[in-house]
Design a protein around this ligand. Structure first.
Ligand code: ADP
Ligand code: MG
Ligand code: ZN
Length: 190
């Protein structure tokens, strides 16, 4: 059980590799807040062009209304009790201060995002939010090689070999090129 702060807002971070159920968990928490008749907003980075502009879709097909945010200034004006962010690592770094202001104003913020990129480097935005969060959860996916708990996102070339470390950090919309792996089965690219 979680004892939540009595006064003011707080920050929850849900992180982990691709396919670990971050978006599902975000939707689960926001659905419960909606049932509690709270005002809920779900926001997505402008860079997330995988689905429609106004909808979040999980890997298992679960859907929830969630608009893309092109400008961080849009966020402060929202009237909400709970604000969820999907793929928070893809927002500009200014999002960390925006989220801090929201929690100071009494908003409950739930962020989900990748903790590490395909090279096992921490994403700066997620890292900063994890440090500030009242509550943090690390989810695990299933390793596609051994079936164990997966903490890493393996990027692959078309032939199945590990992608080069020299590739772009952000490569959205190419989900078939990634698979969840555990530490033992993860392979770094050259
Ligand atoms: P995330 O937002 O972390 O990328 P989603 O919440 O969109 O993940 O999707 C999680 C769902 O993905 C799981 O419930 C499961 O149905 C599906 N899935 C597909 N591949 C895997 C995997 N390797 N490990 C765990 N779940 C997977
Ligand atoms: Mg997701
Ligand atoms: Zn493994």
């Amino acid at each position: 059980m979680r004892i939540v702060p009595r006064h003011g807002g707080w920050l929850e971070v849900v992180c982990g590799p691709m396919f670990s159920g971050k978006s599902e968990e975000l939707m689960r928490r926001l659905t419960r807040a909606t049932i509690a008749r709270q005002r809920v907003e779900l926001l997505r980075p402008a860079a997330d062009t995988r689905h429609g502009p106004d909808e979040l879709v999980s890997h298992a097909g679960q859907r929830m209304d969630g608009r893309r945010i092109a400008d961080l200034d849009q966020i402060a004006a929202l009237e909400a009790d709970v604000i969820g962010f999907d793929e928070v690592q893809f927002f500009p770094e200014g999002i960390v201060d925006v989220i801090d202001d929201l929690t100071q104003r009494g908003v409950r913020v739930v962020c989900c995002g990748l903790d590490m990129d395909y090279r096992r480097r921490p994403w700066p935005v997620t890292q900063a939010l994890l440090a500030r969060a009242e509550f943090a959860d690390k989810l695990q996916a299933v390793c596609l090689v051994c079936g164990g708990p997966a903490t890493l996102s393996q990027r692959l070339e078309a032939d199945g070999s590990p992608a080069s470390d020299a590739g772009p950090t952000v490569e959205i919309g190419n989900g078939e090129r990634y698979e969840a792996r555990c530490r033992a089965c993860f392979r770094s690219g050259a």
